[in-house]
Design a protein around this ligand. Structure first.
Ligand code: SAM
Ligand code: SF4
Length: 344
């Protein structure tokens, strides 16, 4: 079947070079793995307050997770980020990190977390082989933090950031989703953090998923607006040279700052051309594009006894057919899963 964008066949020709490449020549060497859809917070842009989580038996157990992850690394994945849901609530997280960190060929292992449990586990995670951590923090105001997360304690997140730094999980990246009516006026204080600290603060445009899509689309604040707000208060942002085309956040610096500032503008300025990502959901499906519902179920065939060769062939074909990019500009919104069920 030809692809509507390029006219190219979706079937992977047998002569295709080895490794995880799609038909546009993009190399997919970065895998984000959702360890669980469960979370200890309920951020308003991410999930409803009365969220129904999947039964445990539907999720990959540790052995299944290791089998699929090892296969992906042997196919060409070099960088892994563990996420969720909240990855730190997954039982045996330290053991999972210890095992995955040793897969031959893996160069970078990071985690994205809300930070609440880091005071207890940052040090063991670093010892197990975790390289880096991204921590989500949308405001420095405890009341606003509670309103966004529905019950979170800002001071606990702050303790988590300090624990990550003390454990050497650097560079620390702070993810801030900017949501109109909740924190668009907080971006200046968050940006100001980079004056004193060597952190990278990244402002993310809110994206629409599933049942929360309409809400998300009603509260988008563009990166352009966020940048204007920051520059009006703190002066011009200077681009830092040497930006990797695979990094969605082009880095900037305020004059004299120790840290940097980035903008992830998925909605207003898609960066699909440089996409090098795949996602493995907690229930074992390979998601080819964050914002498109097309997926390859890997866990069901594995549980039914498919051998590794068969699974590898399926994965290579699915990756080859990865869609060019998302369809938000055309009004196509992913409906199947929330961000927390994909692995943001
Ligand atoms: N629980 C962890 C955390 O919050 O860092 C990891 C999972 S969370 C889904 C990963 C990232 O996705 C977080 O930085 C979060 O703020 C972001 N996120 C969640 N829902 C989003 C949405 N609708 N649009 C944009 N970013 C979103
Ligand atoms: Fe939980 Fe992270 Fe979603 Fe917030 S963004 S509800 S912390 S998964």
């Amino acid at each position: 079947m030809p692809d509507s964008r390029s006219g190219e066949p979706l079937e992977r020709p047998s002569s295709t070079r080895s490794g995880l490449y799609d038909r546009f020549g993009r190399r997919l060497n970065y895998l984000r793995i959702s360890l669980t859809d469960v979370c200890n917070l309920r951020c308003v842009y991410c999930m409803p307050e009365k969220m129904q989580f999947r039964p445990r038996r539907e999720l990959m157990n540790d052995d299944e997770l290791f089998f699929i992850t090892r296969m992906m690394v042997s196919l060409g994945v070099e960088k892994i980020r563990l996420t969720g849901g909240e990855p730190t609530v997954r039982p045996n997280l330290v053991g999972i990190v210890r095992t995955i960190a040793r897969f031959p060929g893996l160069r970078d292992l990071a985690i994205t977390t809300n930070g609440l449990l880091l005071p207890q586990i940052a040090e063991p995670l670093a010892r197990a082989g975790l390289n880096r951590v991204n921590i989500s923090l949308d405001t420095l105001d405890p009341e606003k933090f509670r309103r966004i997360t529905r019950w979170g304690d800002l001071h606990a997140v702050w303790a988590g950031i300090e624990a990550a730094e003390a454990a050497g999980l650097r560079p620390i990246k702070i993810n801030a989703v900017v949501t109109r009516g909740f924190n668009e006026d907080e971006v200046v204080d968050l940006a100001r953090l980079t004056l004193e600290r060597e952190w990278e603060v990244r402002f993310i445009e809110v994206m629409p998923f599933g049942s929360e899509a309409d809400f998300a689309q009603s509260v988008v604040v563009t990166s352009q607006e966020t940048r204007r707000r920051i520059e009006e208060a703190l002066g011009p942002l200077y681009e830092i040279p040497g930006h990797s085309p695979n990094d969605p956040a082009r880095p900037y610096r305020l004059a004299g700052a120790r840290g940097s500032i980035g903008f992830i503008s998925t909605v207003s300025e898609p960066f699909c051309a440089g996409c090098n990502r795949l996602r493995l959901t907690a229930d074992g499906t390979l998601r080819l594009c964050l914002l498109r519902d097309g997926e390859l179920d890997v866990l069901t065939p594995l549980r039914r006894g498919a051998n590794e060769e068969e699974l590898r062939a399926r994965i290579l074909n699915a990756v080859y057919a990865k869609p060019w990019g998302h369809g938000l500009p055309e009004g196509e919104v992913p409906r199947l899963r929330l961000m927390s069920q994909i692995g943001g």
